[in-house]
Ligand binder design. Structure first.
Ligand code: NDP
Length: 478
């Protein structure tokens, strides 16, 4: 099928004014790290250095935790709940006002298409703050008793796939419930979190309520193991999640973990094929597949396998890969060289284990980190590409004959974060949803998020929920 030629439609970078270097955000101010260490953050699409960022040492973690404790005791926990809500509302409004700047910055630092950062990430970030602004003075109606209390200081560590959105998922409920926070963004995507620190200043948020510590895994470890923290919230790999669970087990810290996934996207023979194909594409190629709840395992009923596969391949041939700042781009850059190496390695394992690899004709830019949309067929349950989280634009296709077999295969994974069901029959959706061991089950759609809807996993996908009434529990002493 011929591809339309589109004229380039780049979003201007002029709206972002990058500083040469950024400090840590502690007690309402930007400050250098105690030992002066710093690292560079780059654009994964071009490998251009964007800025230098301070690397927080254990001494900085001490300072930030102390600032958060002071702010908790003297200001935030004693502020009338309605006033807390006003701050959150103000932050949400500023995010909306600065949404274009934030979207461009997110795409620059992360490599995701501007269409996604502009239309999905940033609107959801604002929505999370608006939603939790509403909860701040209504906590007694949340179902956790007549006067639920905050926990204290939360240490929060987030990944690089949705940098500002994961920050919002962590900070908005924590603040609404009356906690103060120290947050560490991922090493490869610190810039929107630092801009969020500016937004806290702009909103006149009392110093110390939000502290942002940039750094690598060691900074994250120093934060979650710090004795001054009451609550740990982590999103990232299952491996690091397990380490954090072990570190926190002998303490009184309350922990929530949102970890990996290997979701099944299940297409029945009575599904509207064109819509299902759009859902499959959105399920695994949205955000380059860097999505914990990505529909990375496609389970297709055998009777429609040929039809679905042909439609999917036709559709994939129309995806546009390239400059994340171009408004026509569907697939952006892989976030880092390390992640690209992991995707390549697992894809090679897929071939070596006997699965068939297919990608549409697709020219990859010379500079930066890129991987074409890829589909593996002939995949069996035992293959590593059917079991392990690839966290990239790679789909493994399996088939099934009966609903019971679909359930069996979908649940045959150590993970349990999400699943998708495509069928014309409402009764089948309910039957499947009752049997799928997944925190979220989407019906005739995929990758839909809303601040009022709780999100979280079973099994090795972690514990605790984020969003909705359920998500408040993670930040209340209940
Ligand atoms: P990590 O789990 O290592 O990173 C998540 C966050 O934790 C980052 O901020 C990281 O810092 C920090 N961190 C790393 N080690 C520790 C530690 N010991 N204690 C506390 N915090 C720590 O994920 P990676 O970025 O290394 O990605 C590895 C794989 O994890 C991916 O290939 C993907 O499969 C999976 N992943 C899953 C995610 C999900 O949402 N399910 C999200 C991200 C990754 P730093 O950035 O400096 O390493």
């Amino acid at each position: 099928m011929p591809k339309f030629e589109y004229a380039p439609a780049p979003e201007s970078r002029a709206i972002v004014s990058l500083r040469e270097s950024y400090g840590l955000f502690i007690n309402g101010e930007f400050t250098p790290s105690a030992d002066g260490r710093a690292f560079k953050t780059i654009s994964p699409a071009t490998e251009e250095v964007l800025a230098e960022v301070a690397e927080a040492s254990p001494a900085d973690v001490d300072r930030a935790v102390a600032a958060a404790r002071r702010a908790y005791e003297r200001t935030w926990s004693v502020l009338p709940a309605r006033e807390r809500g006003k701050y959150l509302f103000r932050i949400a409004r500023i995010i909306q006002e600065r949404s274009r700047e934030l979207a461009v910055l997110e795409s620059l630092d992360n490599g995701k298409p501007i269409r996604e950062s502009r239309d999905v990430d940033i609107p959801l970030v604002a929505a999370h703050f608006f939603y939790h602004a509403g909860w701040a003075d209504k906590l007694e109606y949340a179902g956790y008793g007549p006067a639920p209390k905050p926990l204290g200081v939360a240490g929060q560590v987030i990944p690089w796939n949705f940098p500002l959105l994961m920050l919002a998922w962590k900070i908005a409920p924590a603040l609404a419930c009356g906690n103060t926070v120290v947050l560490k963004p991922a090493e490869t995507t610190p810039l929107t979190a630092l801009t969020f620190a500016e937004i806290c200043q702009q909103a006149d948020l009392p110093p110390g309520v939000v502290n942002i510590l940039t750094g690598a895994g060691d900074t994250g470890k120093a934060l979650v193991t710090h004795p001054g923290i009451d609550k740990v919230a982590f999103t990232g790999s299952t491996e690091v999640g397990k380490e954090i669970a072990r570190d926190c087990a002998p303490t009184r810290k309350k922990v929530t973990l949102e970890l990996g996934g290997k979701a099944a996207n299940i297409v029945f023979e009575d599904a509207p094929v064109d819509q299902a194909v759009e859902g499959i594409v959105n399920g695994i190629f949205f955000n380059q597949g860097h999505v914990c709840c990505a529909g990375s395992r496609l389970l297709v009923q055998e009777s429609v396998y040929d039809q679905v596969l042909a439609s999917l391949q036709r559709r994939l041939a129309t995806l546009r890969l390239g400059d994340p700042l171009d408004k026509n781009t569907d697939v952006g850059a892989i976030n880092s060289a390390a992640q690209l190496a992991k995707i390549r390695e697992l894809s090679e394992v897929g071939e070596a284990e006997g699965a068939q690899r297919w990608s549409p004709p697709c020219e990859l830019p010379v500079k930066g980190f890129w991987f074409p949309p890829t589909v593996f067929t002939g995949v069996s349950q035992a293959h590593r590409i059917a079991r392990e989280e690839i966290f990239g634009p790679v789909l493994s296709v399996l088939t099934f004959r009966t609903p019971a077999e679909a359930v069996e295969k979908a649940n045959n994974t150590p993970y349990g974060l999400s699943a998708g069901v495509w069928t014309d029959k409402g009764s089948r959706i309910l039957w499947m949803a009752a049997r799928l061991r997944a925190g979220v089950v989407w019906a005739n759609t995929f990758n839909k998020f809303d601040p009022s809807s709780p999100f979280g996993g079973y099994k090795e996908s972690g514990y605790g929920r984020e969003g909705g009434r359920h998500g408040l529990e993670a930040y209340l002493d209940v």
